[in-house]
Write a protein that binds this ligand. Sequence first.
Ligand SMILES: Cc1cc2nc3c(=O)[nH]c(=O)nc-3n(C[C@H](O)[C@H](O)[C@H](O)COP(=O)(O)OP(=O)(O)OC[C@H]3O[C@@H](n4cnc5c(N)ncnc54)[C@H](O)[C@@H]3O)c2cc1C
Length: 467
Amino acid sequence: MPAQNIHIGLCGAGIGGLAAAIALRRAGAQVTVLEAAAELGEIGAGIQMTPNVSRLLIEWGVADIIGTNLVEFEELNMRRRDGTKVGYTRMIPNVRRDLGYPWWVVHRAHLHSGLVQTALQHGAKIHTNSRVTSLDYTSSSSVKVQTSSPTHPTHTFDLLIGSDGVNSIVRRTLFPDVKPAPPTTNCAYRAIVPYEQIRKDPIARELIEKLTMEVWMAEKSYIITYPISAGQDFNLVLSHHVDRLVDKVEEVDVEEVRRQYKDYDPRIKKIVDMIPEASRWPLLVTGPLESWSSPGKNVVLMGDAAHSMVNHMAQGAATSMEDGAFLGRCIAQVVQGRLKLAQAIEVYEKGRMPKAHFKQQVSFLNGAIWHLPDGPAQEARDKAMSLELGDKPVLRSPNLYGNPTTSLCVYAYDAEEHADAELYKYINGKEMMDEEKNITKIMADKYLNWFLPEDYEGKQLRIEAKL
Ligand SMILES: Cc1cc2nc3c(=O)[nH]c(=O)nc-3n(C[C@H](O)[C@H](O)[C@H](O)COP(=O)(O)OP(=O)(O)OC[C@H]3O[C@@H](n4cnc5c(N)ncnc54)[C@H](O)[C@@H]3O)c2cc1C
């Protein structure tokens, strides 16, 4: 097949859509992003950028733009509600040493702005004030999109990607019966308190002596905190239950937040009392869906539109970004004339759908662990986790942020490497592997190549993607 010029439209300039725009430009496609909002931006709260996506931020040059607003923290302390430490993960230097990339925490506005700048530098076009109002993907192989924009009301694309979040119009058009829903009455407050204010409090300031992530676990609630904005702001996500299902963001009275956490460790309680304003966020879950695409594979979903998940593993935006990176590798094969568009989308769905489902599962699981009711289950969790406080390596722990298994499957995952392996399999009809040693590239990368020196001569197991 000859090389192809393809024009891809993204509906939605959230974290996922922008990551996809960068990856697709790197793949050589023409990219237009349509965003409903009048101005590009993100809500005022923090977000974790775990090593599975910090690797993308570094590779794509986004990390250089965000600079010191990406904060790396020294340690993760897992605590009971009363402050008792039951688990511990040393983050610096272990995360970079063992997973190869940092675990960052960042203000969403800084992340979003870094992604916008990088997407524009890579040549993506972004139209604001362009709410997608309808799409026609059946009249021809291309997709016609109507928007609310007075200046650019219609667009035609070879492929439309629905990166428009949990209430996606693209998903509602393809799959009108799918309804994202809160699986339980669990939701989360989000809030920020300036470090300056905490420093003035003789009790609370102990918590900010070092840059740390802290988790306080309790029955049906928890608090997770971390530094953002070059270590100037203290970000809190406060999990709780209400007496009804919540499906929209709600403004709440800070007195409600204070009451909810009144029995917590006095140090964090002091900081909760400083929260100037807070909102309650729903935790909506989408799917698992049977398909993410139109029958002609000219429309496809990604991110929260396809697989929104509960927040307990900090993987919603990260999974959206992985989708974008994976799509980029698939579309590169189309641009280079090796695959048809429909084939590339088939590889994307086959590779990413099980991964997104796994992320949803592991997120539920961590929520269940952190919210365990007081009593024998919580005591057993704390006992198992507390092995981390000793000086011996631990092979298994209920602290999924530090557990070796979840670290490898979630935080060491490389979406681009996964895409290359899936594409190789699709094109060549067999797995990418060292035929002599009978070891697949995916297994070699996970268990062996990570520790081999870059210049190791016998690096035959570092099989290059020969697509
Ligand atoms: C309390 C809480 C904490 C979280 N913490 C983390 C974390 O630490 N790490 C992490 O990875 N994830 C976290 N998440 C999840 C994360 O916020 C989401 O998964 C992520 O923002 C989804 O990104 P997205 O780009 O898919 O969708 P969105 O961010 O929803 O972006 C969708 C975009 O599409 C636009 N849009 C919508 N409709 C249209 C339309 N019709 N036409 C044009 N544009 C449209 C919207 O304006 C928006 O810009 C958390 C979530 C919650 C609730």
